[in-house]
Write a protein that binds this ligand. Structure first.
Ligand code: GLC
Length: 543
């Protein structure tokens, strides 16, 4: 008898990222919080229809990097609430069949974490080796040439003990030494802590940064700066071969996976790593040789990497299809709390095509809050900018995608009450772009997301079926087929502002399941099918 393949929630489901500071303010301090997120769970599971939420950090933190500088891995910052609120969030999410993924920040702590305070207190403190402390070179220069991704050098001098410590991000984010077994044990302990509280998975922040060259050798210069992922500031001037992604990282991920697996008997747990790699062979290694590392490395192909045109997109999707090892699962993401908004990158009209592409490819999609409204970047005046990256390296600011979620047309968009000063200004467009208004408008971007999510959920071909490109990929159109359980779905996307013939190489008839314009139904003949400007269609082919 043929064994039925079973699919897990993180394979067939859709993940939605919440940036807790900016989702819902329940106590009118201008900052979002866990109780606010609980208020919005019905929106997430019912109205929108996602399957899992990923929360950016809510841990106690001095907020030098808005929570990615953790001062206690096993608690909730009072500005977000308490552990009781967290437990309530887990219970309320699970009650609605929503899974909860939390951000885990393994590469660095806050400089205010008790571990670092101890470590910096003296050269012979037992936690000294939990971080990277080094003398200056004999000529007085820095221990090596490494740079901070957030600008400047990666070493900070500490007067008290007259040594430098390493920080690949801000000086308030000292790097942890994962080669020290006590560090590893403490960090795995934190993962246990949250799994015991019921979380379904983790997103590992800058996951492959945790293992560095054991000798901390200098990075060589980068001969191809123009092609670097991050192009601003000094960071791209080097090839980052010694400061990140030492192959020993794979062993750590195997241990993390074993730990997750040991908690997965009744509740399958999940891990996704923030791994900015674009050599797909190298990238795929993070699934593990025996699929025993991360459940997935995030696939950032659609962020910064792939030009928004059908040929480039087809090429990258086919590369991913080839690179993902047998038995492993692909994933796609277009936006997050570090990146400009989709609508600003692809254009107001193409944002619908982007939504249809993301939600019809094979693999788990991750959405970022507000993108379902078609939000654009919000320009923040310099005196109101908060992001330390943007303030240090002009052009790298991330405030533009972190503004408060827009729920209604009321002052402060229903995020905070009227009169409250929100931590970042609300987008000036909130009156036209908010959940309440878009729910009323049958052709809104929000309603497109809702339809796409519902269709994906109820159509095995879309949530688990095979992928193949079909027809001619022109400069205008991309078409592909998803198939499962005897059903064949054709997706065809127009990337231009003109009416085009998609050349799908399919004949016969197709039933329109969805147009990005939300205005079409009925049966069409595939030979004569035309797409309107910026239109995408999902069709079911007649058997
Ligand atoms: C990741 C996070 C980003 C953070 C950085 C340092 O890239 O996504 O927001 O600033 O790591 O933790």
């Amino acid at each position: 008898m043929k064994k039925e393949t079973t699919y897990l929630w993180w394979q067939t489901g859709v993940v939605y990222q919440i940036y807790p500071r900016s989702y819902q303010d329940s106590n009118q301090d201008g900052l979002g919080d866990l109780a606010g997120i609980i208020q919005r769970l019905d929106y997430l599971s019912g109205t929108l229809g996602v399957d899992a939420i990923w929360l950016s950090p809510f841990y106690p933190s001095p907020m030098a990097d808005f929570g990615y500088d953790v001062a206690d891995y096993e608690n909730v910052d009072p500005m977000f609430g308490s552990l009781e609120d967290f437990d309530r969030l887990v219970a309320e999410a699970h009650r609605r069949n929503l899974r909860l993924i939390i951000d885990f920040v393994p590469n660095h702590t806050s400089d205010q974490h008790p571990w670092f305070l101890e470590s910096r207190s003296s050269r012979d403190n037992p936690k000294r080796d939990w971080y990277f402390w080094r003398d200056a070179k004999p000529d007085g220069s820095l221990p090596n040439n490494w740079l901070s991704l957030f600008g400047g050098k990666a070493w900070e001098y500490d007067e008290k003990t007259r040594q430098y410590y390493l920080h690949i991000f801000l000086k308030e984010q000292p790097d942890l030494n994962w080669r020290n077994p006590e560090v590893k044990a403490a960090m795995l302990g934190a993962l246990r802590f949250w799994m015991e509280r019921g979380v379904d998975g983790f997103r590992l922040d800058v996951a492959h940064f945790i293992m560095k060259d054991p000798e901390l050798r200098d990075n060589p210069p980068n001969p191809d700066i123009a092609n670097a992922e991050f192009t601003a500031g000094e960071y791209p001037s080097q090839l980052h071969i010694h400061d990140i992604a030492h192959p020993d990282v794979h062993k750590v991920f195997r241990e993390i996976r074993q730990l997750l697996d040991s908690y997965s008997q009744d509740q399958p747990r999940y891990s996704v790593g923030e791994i900015h790699l674009f050599d797909w062979k190298e990238w795929a290694k993070y699934y593990g040789e025996k699929l025993d590392e991360l459940h997935m490395p995030f696939n950032f192909a659609f962020i910064r990497r792939t030009p928004w045109n059908p040929k480039a997109i087809r090429a990258v999707v086919e590369e991913i299809e080839k690179a993902v090892p047998p038995g492993a699962w692909p994933n796609y993401v277009m936006g997050n709390h570090d990146e400009p908004r989709l609508a600003s990158r692809f254009g107001k009209e193409q944002v619908r095509v982007a939504a249809m592409l993301l939600l019809t490819l094979r693999g788990t999609p991750t959405l970022y809050q507000g993108d379902e409204l078609g939000m654009e970047n919000v320009e923040i005046p310099l005196d109101k900018q908060k992001d330390p990256f943007g303030l240090r390296v002009p052009g790298s600011g991330r405030d533009l995608c972190r503004t408060p979620m827009q729920w209604t047309g009321a002052e402060n968009a229903g995020f905070s009450s009227a009169g409250v000063e929100t931590w970042l200004p609300v987008s000036p467009k909130y009156k036209a772009e908010n959940v309440a208004v878009e729910l009323q408008d049958p052709s809104s971007v929000l309603n497109l997301y809702r339809r796409l999510l519902a269709l994906r959920k109820t159509t095995p071909a879309l949530n688990r079926g095979s992928y193949r490109t079909t027809g001619e990929t022109t400069d205008e159109c991309l078409s592909f087929i998803r198939e499962a359980e005897g059903r064949t779905i054709l997706i065809t996307l127009n990337f231009t502002g003109k009416e085009v013939l998609p050349h799908t190489a399919m004949s016969g008839k197709g039933d329109i399941l969805l147009s990005t314009r939300l205005d079409l139904t009925g049966t069409v003949s595939l030979n004569t099918l035309a797409l309107r400007p910026h239109e995408g269609l999902i069709l079911e082919l007649e058997a």
